[in-house]
Design a protein around this ligand. Sequence first.
Ligand code: ZN
Length: 107
Amino acid sequence: MEPLNDFEIVRTGSQRGSALLIDSRSYKYTIKFKGKLSTRWTCCKRSKLFTCKATVIQTGSTFKPDTEAHTHPSLSELLTSSNVRVEIKEKATSHVFTSPQAITNGV
Ligand SMILES: [Zn+2]
């Protein structure tokens, strides 16, 4: 697998203030193991039915997906961008005096 650099770490107020890693496909990861040189992130998609074993190894500012692939669709695949566009369109029609660009910035 090729190393990906389009990962984003966000701080969450929930889950005991732990950090969350989001990749370009909207998969989310939480820290499983934090070592001196590298951090192992594991997919946070877990339920009673299955556990996704996909992990990402972070070394400095480099993120590299491990060999295990995700066993579920990503959030971006579930939430198609067309849904967001429809929502913006509806807002645009109900707020006649607000420019569509202003609404987009507000989302
Ligand atoms: Zn996963």
